[in-house]
Design a protein around this ligand. Structure first.
Ligand SMILES: [Zn+2]
Length: 135
């Protein structure tokens, strides 16, 4: 979990949430609440290793979420290794950011490949018609 300023698309976030619900069906409630926090813009990178998550119920209250957990009451109650909705919100965002980054890289590579292909076709055509002295 690394906070970043990169912004994933809504479609990517929705896909990440869908996959999480399939993979961790027992966590449905917290995953959905975490997704709601994300949708409300309640998650903000706070440092290179933490997020600040605005409380869904208490005005002006923020929880600190790190790789070690969350400062909320639910996280303390759940104990180490379990994830509260704030942690889910951060994990979902973190995964969505990484997926978006990979999709963007793949798209750039695809565009570069298709540009090369278009250049190759143009050059082959120029050669075929004997244009411009190409060999
Ligand atoms: Zn929490």
């Amino acid at each position: 979990m690394t906070p970043v300023s990169y912004s994933p698309s809504l479609a990517v976030v929705a896909d990440v949430v869908r996959r999480a619900l399939v993979r961790w069906p027992a966590e449905r409630c917290r995953i959905e609440r975490g997704a709601a926090l994300l949708a409300q813009g309640a998650v903000t990178p706070a440092s290179p290793t933490s997020y600040a998550v605005r409380s869904a119920t208490a005005a002006g209250v923020f929880y600190a979420v790190t790789i070690d957990g969350c400062t909320c009451h639910d996280a303390r109650r759940l104990g180490p290794g379990a994830a509260c909705k704030h942690r889910w919100a951060c994990d979902l965002l973190s995964i969505a950011v990484e997926r978006q980054r990979r999709l963007d890289v793949a798209e750039l590579e695809r565009r570069a490949r298709s540009r090369v292909t278009a250049d190759a076709v143009a050059l082959a055509y120029a050669r075929a018609v004997g244009f411009g002295g190409f060999r």
